[in-house]
Ligand binder design. Sequence first.
Ligand code: EPZ
Length: 422
Amino acid sequence: MCYSNKDRLIVRGGKKLKGEIKVQTSKNATLPIMSASLLADGKVYLKDCPDIIDVENMVKILAKLGADIKQIGDDYLIDSSKIMDACLDYELCKTMRSSIFLLGSILARFKSICLTFPGGCKIGKRPIDIHIQAFRRLNVKVTELDDFVFFNATKARAGKIRLKLPSVGATENIVQFASTLKGKTIIYNSAREPEVVDLCNFLNKMGAKIYGAGTKKITIIGVEKLKGVEYKPITDRIVLGTLLVATAICGGIIRLIDGNYDQNKKLIEILSLMGCQINIKNDIITLSRDIPLRSIPKIRTGYYPQFPTDLQSIILVLSCVAKGRTKIDEKIFENRFLIVNELKKMGAKIDLIDNHTAIVNGVDNLKASNLKAFDLRGGASLVLAGLVAQGETIIDNVHYIDRGYCHIEKMLKSLGADIERI
Ligand code: EPZ
């Protein structure tokens, strides 16, 4: 670890990228899998976990709950057999959204939990109404009082749930909860993200009976017990996409190991249309770009397998230096254009029609500036803008980026970027 709240990044633009990287393990797969490890009647050994702040915080929360956790390099040995009750550390839970994923496993094990509303973040208010609705469908008693929510699952029973929209977190909570709930639970309109599939694969390896992961209908047959297992969560498709776009924006060539084409299909289609050469061989994705970038008219985010909202800021930056006009529609979150003003400082031409739509007119180049990160993926996008800007860009609030990227400066430096943390 060794991240600090005061860290800043200096990026000197103009270098092409060249090299090969093994992409880190997925933050959004590791977090719900760490939560689900509470369901194991035995030790869970998670391999190659990403060295990021959100994982560190999740480990702290599990330890505060009473789990015995040993870190061996990037692996974690988690033994939650000694946990007696679920008293979540509110301060820690407030610091990250991902603690909401603990709801399903804690309710399954301890039958009751009191949560503070996880609180929104910069990209949106992040409500949990779909989670609450789903648990009520399983006869969980949910009481909302001020900014507390009480869940009581003593009378829970299996049932059918139709999600108002394919929420990743709500799907992951119900899958965890229903894995040891007697009877058959069906989730209609479930999220199809690869991280949801990875959680289901982890639970099935523990002995759960979950069918249909990755489709819009997931069936869970509750079992008595789940056993401890060894598991390596999937590669981070958002970090992989960030590295592909970094190479597209700088020019050069990159080889990504453990790349999964299917999980990045939409992005790869867009980058090919914008002038990149992309080659897929087994689990190696090679991208090069040596002709001028051309914009594509419209990019719209959506639920998987549509273009991921987590790459919207990243592709927005690429569009800023592509020749032509791009309309970007952010259909998932209500406030995910926080970097627009920062990019305008660098000379980008972006018009915000409303908080879901931005029009970008490409410029020949961006100029270095002093920037502030306001959220995880927006922060990573500002680094990419610095890589291509003329001069020395300073980025503050780097701790947002450290929530999801393992030492982003080391990753990019290994590819030839001129970047350092101060
Ligand atoms: C997960 O968040 C990811 N986080 C997010 O990644 C990702 O952007 C998001 O899924 C969408 O893919 C983790 O996996 C830890 P949702 P989650 O529930 O589960 C609305 C990152 O950068 N909604 O699928 O919170 C919600 O407001 C992060 O790594 C409700 O209205 O997302 C949003 O508009 C950012 N009520 C939409 O659904 C609810 O009860 C999708 O949210 C829940 C969600």
